[in-house]
Design a protein around this ligand. Sequence first.
Ligand code: OMP
Length: 308
Amino acid sequence: MSFDRLIDKIIEMKNPTVVGLDPKLEYVPEFIKRRYLDSDGWTLKAAAKAIFDFNQAIIDEIHDIVPAIKPQAAYYEMYGHYGIRTLEKTIRYAKLNGMFVMTDGKRNDIGATMEAYSNAHLGATAVGENQLEAFGADALTVNGYLGTDGIEPLLKVCRERDKGIFVLVKTSNPSSGELQDMKLADGRTIYECMGDMCERWGEDTRGKYGYSAVGAVVGATYPEMLTELRQRLPHTMFLVPGYGAQGGGAEGLKGGFDEKGLGAIVNSSRAVMCAYKKEGCDERDFAKAARREVIRMRDDICQYINLK
Ligand SMILES: O=C(O)c1cc(=O)[nH]c(=O)n1[C@@H]1O[C@H](COP(=O)(O)O)[C@@H](O)[C@H]1O
């Protein structure tokens, strides 16, 4: 009921990073696409099958180095129910390989509907007497803007099943300040207020490292705010996207970590999935190129933090 399982893995692997599996078909090497698209045609089904092979090969190459993956649901929903099946299989395959899985769904709704999202992604669905796991991820990204009743159903599942959530606090995109940086009457920004709510929501779920089951998404593209939020939210684990393809650099990330080098996990998606394109290596070596990139990323970030 905290992020202890994730932090244990980060310490064991000495690696505070997560690979985002956001697989567009154009990232998948031709030789894999031909495997299905030549025989089945250019269909959603064939694309979803090719994407699963792509994900599987990357997981095979990175699972001994990286503690977690973060599949972004949109890249699977694009392929309809075939894509959803690929998401489900990808989650299962990563878990079989010992990885922590954070589904990036950025979900939120009223309490009743949020209960359905919580059961779908983190908990289980009741079918008669049976409680059946649908996706079974370890954590989910969520939007907190509907307030406490939209978060409560998630907290219930986090407590019962040892899961976690990452709430959007200060996002990495260029327009994030339009709303998130606005000041409230009490002088706080909206993102500070959302961060404070994360501390409160997580209060009774703190684990052995002091971090609760309620984490926050804070973009690598805003290093000063990342540093400021680390001080402000001592019990909130950060998911930090924006490193690599969005321009966030390793040095700017250090303020997001605590003095033990914990408290944050940095995501990279395109830079890992498409490392083979950047390297210009044979496309058949795409998974090895992903492996080289995750090692480079780990070493790049770890040089600035005190993770023992
Ligand atoms: O919640 C997220 O993961 C997220 C929040 C945010 O503020 N910015 C952000 O980029 N993300 C996600 O993080 C990933 C970043 O991908 P790359 O820019 O390719 O590394 C994508 O899956 C985004 O949807």
